[in-house]
Design a protein around this ligand. Structure first.
Ligand SMILES: *Cc1c(COP(=O)(O)O)cnc(C)c1O
Length: 356
């Protein structure tokens, strides 16, 4: 698989590359994309890089009806020496295969996928923005393409990688977000699809997001789907609390998505000898810590924002303001260090960065 040739068709109609301050998130796409087909009995075949363009799909394709699909999100960074760095891309393709397992989608060859990604980025290298905080967002995804309305795992799939230059997540500095603890809806339950990165999880989370948005909260904090008691995630990020000097994050319990940023933060904290614990943590415990004056910091982690400080929780008609609504010292250090490693400004003792 690794030696498979990737046929390439160069785009002759290059698009203008947007200015850094206009990028936003996921609005612009580069000149090329990677595609590969899967056919039962034949496996993955015909890997190719072609001009970015709409897909032609039969309306009966299974993905449109039963949502058998998975995706990933990662970033490439241009360093000040004009080198291109990927951050732990092996972990993303490994997780894509974990998601594939859950959704009954055949595995991809992880090494080959990384090789294909590198070739694609090389071709669209000029699209990688260089302004501080900007990067090239990478979206690998797989859709089920068998034209059939029966409910069963598809016999055909399409693996696609698209690239999007993205702006700085924090235009006016790292502003803490306000979050509402969700009590009516759940994101997932143990045994559901919470550990897979799949579109359905996002579709089902929109309603809660919309309702909390109406009352001024930009994200929701998800509690566990069984007891509505234990903390799971915030929006589409993992969550961390600093309580009395100890950093706590919910343990991977079978319904939480295993974030690569989450794992990197845990490794960084251990490297710094900051106490960090992965365990069950209830909303009641967080409230008690807040009342005792021990809730020092809270933040979400994910590829898009890296670290998103939390300035306020809203729960049972009560507002809890964390660290005066300002970013905490540890949150800031983690943000600076992790983005520094990703951008090649800081030393990378973990070997996380992969050169193109
Ligand atoms: C992608 C994702 C995350 C964050 O994962 P990273 O690998 O850190 O980007 C967290 N929660 C959910 C639900 C996600 O889909």
């Amino acid at each position: 698989m690794k030696d498979l040739q990737i046929e390439t068709i160069i785009n002759q109609n290059r698009k203008p590359i947007p200015e850094a301050d206009q990028l936003g998130f996921g609005q612009y796409f580069t000149d090329h994309m990677f595609l590969m087909d899967y056919t039962e009995g034949q496996g993955w075949h015909d890997p190719r890089i072609v001009p970015y363009q709409p897909l032609q799909l039969d309306p009966s394709c299974m993905v449109f009806h039963y949502a058998q699909t998975v995706f990933e999100g990662m970033k490439a960074y241009l360093t000040k020496d004009e080198e291109v760095l990927l951050f732990r891309p092996d972990q993303n393709f490994k997780r894509l295969n974990n998601s594939n397992d859950r959704l009954c989608i055949p595995h991809i060859d992880e090494e080959f996928a990384l090789e294909a990604l590198k070739q694609l980025i090389k071709l669209d290298r000029d699209w990688i923005p260089s302004a501080p905080g900007t990067s090239l967002y990478i979206r690998p995804f797989i859709i089920s393409t068998e034209p059939h309305l029966g409910v069963h795992p598809s016999h055909n799939y399409l693996f696609i990688i698209i690239l999007s230059p993205v702006g700085s997540y924090y235009k006016e500095g790292l502003n803490p977000v306000k979050i509402a603890v969700e009590k009516n809806y759940v994101r997932t339950v143990v045994g559901g699809t919470g550990t897979a990165k799949t579109g359905g999880n996002y579709a089902s989370s929109l309603k809660a997001q919309e309702e909390s948005g109406k009352v001024g909260y930009s994200q929701v904090l998800w509690l566990d789907g069984r007891e509505n008691k234990y903390i799971e995630e915030v929006g589409s990020m993992n969550i961390f609390f600093k309580v009395n000097g100890e950093v706590i994050t919910p343990a991977l319990n079978g319904s939480i998505l295993a974030g690569i940023t989450r794992d990197s933060i845990i490794q960084l904290l251990k490297h710094w000898n900051v106490p960090v614990t992965e365990r069950k943590i209830s909303m009641d415990e967080v409230i008690q810590a807040y009342r005792d004056g021990l809730l020092e910091e809270a933040f979400g982690t994910g590829t898009a924002a890296v670290i998103s400080p939390i300035g306020e929780f809203f729960y049972q008609d009560e507002k809890m303001v964390v660290n005066n609504g300002e970013i905490g010292k540890l949150s800031k250090e983690l943000y600076d260090t992790l983005t520094g490693i990703q951008n090649g400004i800081k030393q990378d003792p973990f070997g996380w960065s992969v050169k193109l």
